[in-house]
Design a protein around this ligand. Sequence first.
Ligand code: ATP
Length: 235
Amino acid sequence: MSLLQVENLEVFYGAIHALKGVSFNVEKGEVVSLIGANGAGKSTTLRALSGLVPCRGKISFRGNDLLIVPSYKRVTLGIAQSPEGRGVFPQMSVLENLEMGAYHRQDKAQIKDDLEMCFGLFPRLKERVWQMAGTLSGGEQQMLAISRALMSRPELLLLDEPSLGLAPLIVAQIFEIVKKLNQEGMTVLLVEQNARMALKISHRAYVLETGRVVMQDSAQNLLNNDEVRKSYLGI
Ligand code: ATP
């Protein structure tokens, strides 16, 4: 059984048919990427997984039918999203943002351990623990958004455009950390416009085009695929 199995996902925004039957799966321990041009439906797919947009089709997570689980409860099943645009709480401190990620948990000792784990991954956040999140740099906010998601101890981490608007050095650091998290056992579903970076740390990927999966393969094969190189890697 796959950790996540998505079948025939359809999403409408009013008259706009944003997802037209998207199917894919994620196995435990994998990094899987969804790549594609602007408007292909990548973020919409993640929003559907988190329950932020109504959808049709089937989503099964650890064998549970996700579509009957309200959005706020999906995190308790083990899904956490770091959203596009980061979505940190700007008027709250770094620490308070991190605590929000663990709001449904009672295990105080482990929460403390997880805080230390986040500070280990992103020492910058430890230095800025009392700073208002709204005053962090873009890269620091991205670190905070990922850490806030990690504070729920997810089994599946959904990352929406972690590279968006960040300087290349920070992007490289963030991807390195995603790779490390995966090596330590985290399963990751990554949405990225930076297809090259995404494919480099992924096991497999799906290419989306106007609401449909048009290609799926191992990341290595996609990196070598002429069509992908021309359309998404700028080669
Ligand atoms: P990007 O890389 O630019 O973020 P994406 O692949 O993540 O693109 P989505 O944001 O999922 O694409 O958008 C898919 C389609 O749905 C687009 O045509 C977009 O205009 C449309 N769409 C997204 N959100 C809404 C909304 N709230 N209302 C109406 N249409 C929307």
